[in-house]
Design a binder for this molecule. Structure first.
Ligand code: C5P
Length: 300
């Protein structure tokens, strides 16, 4: 029997390494993108309806587009088109992933809606068919589906799973307003006319495998950070606040403007979050950990 409603939980991500190559002829950039899923989740619920519609709840719900530009809507349309059915579904997103950008919240909703609709409609897509649709939706969407930790190559969509030997503690500082991802890549191109081919860092992969936060802290890098700071200089104050409060490492998350703080343990994460909140250099600070599982259908 097909279910009447399906709920999927799907995580946010941080990039432990984002190595960016020169712009390709198609405008994208080849990456060595080490994704780590973090335990902040959106919950996507799908229910049959007369037509495709989206609703959203959560602290940042007002900033979420409810039209066909939402990746959750596009996921439902792509899956339905492949199976010759109408995407008549109500998608409800309970949003806990910060909307500011850099944590793949929109990508998470795309992957979540895809998995949920596949279960609701009984279309029974294989993992590789789901990953194909995810790649069509966006460069970060395949990782939202699989979670854990993975190296993304190509434009980030070709994934190799990575081993993680422990739990890492993070604080994320959510900035006011977003940063346009294409604009950050354009600024990267302007600042880095001689970008070299991106390569995954062996020290970083080792640190993930051993679960050593100090080794991971020493190996975290983001080639988009100078571009994000150039477009939003105030992020430097947020990074400095976290560093002074004891974070092992600070970095811009993805294309920003969210910033990420790796901490030695949960107590240090509390201190860093408190300092960030008190500083007024960010809208809010969230404590979490990694790795986290990918998109998962929740029991009814
Ligand atoms: O794939 P996605 O739609 O998430 O990408 C958003 C934008 O980010 C692209 O239009 C492009 O400007 C930039 N991008 C890029 N290289 C990548 C991924 C994204 O230039 N590997």
């Amino acid at each position: 029997m097909t279910p009447r409603t399906v709920t999927v939980r799907v995580p946010a991500k941080v990039n432990a390494q984002l190595a960016v190559g020169p712009a390709r002829p198609d405008g994208f950039h080849d990456l060595a993108n080490v994704f780590l899923a973090v335990a902040l989740y959106d919950t996507v619920t799908v229910t049959p309806a007369d037509e495709l519609r989206i609703t959203c709840t959560g602290p940042d719900a007002a900033q979420v587009p409810l039209d066909r530009t939402n990746l959750a809507a596009r996921a439902a349309e792509l899956l339905a088109a492949r199976h010759g059915i109408e995407p008549n579904v109500h998608i409800h997103i309970d949003k806990d992933i910060p909307v500011a950008g850099g944590m793949a919240g929109g990508s998470a909703d795309g992957a979540g809606a895809l998995l949920a609709c596949d279960a609701l409609w009984g279309t029974d897509a294989s993992q590789s068919q789901l990953l194909d649709i995810c790649a069509e939706l966006g460069s970060d969407v395949p990782f939202s589906l699989v979670g854990g930790a993975a190296l993304g190559t190509g434009r980030g969509e070709k994934l190799t799973p990575l081993e993680v030997g422990g739990t890492f503690h993070w604080v994320f500082a959510v900035a006011d307003g977003g940063l346009s991802t294409p604009a950050v890549y354009r600024e990267f191109d302007r600042l880095t006319p001689d970008a070299s081919e991106p390569v995954a860092s062996p020290a970083l992969l080792d640190a993930l495998r051993t679960g050593d936060p100090k080794a991971l802290a020493a190996a975290l890098t983001n080639d988009l950070q100078p571009a994000a700071l150039s477009l939003r200089p105030s992020l430097a104050d947020t990074l400095e606040t976290g560093r002074q409060a004891g974070a092992l490492a600070t970095l811009v998350s993805g294309s920003g403007p969210t910033t990420a703080f790796l901490c030695a343990d949960p107590e240090s994460a509390q201190q860093v979050a408190a300092a960030l909140t008190a500083s007024g250099t960010c809208r809010t600070a969230r404590i979490t950990s990694s790795p986290a599982p990918g998109a998962t259908v929740l029991p009814v």
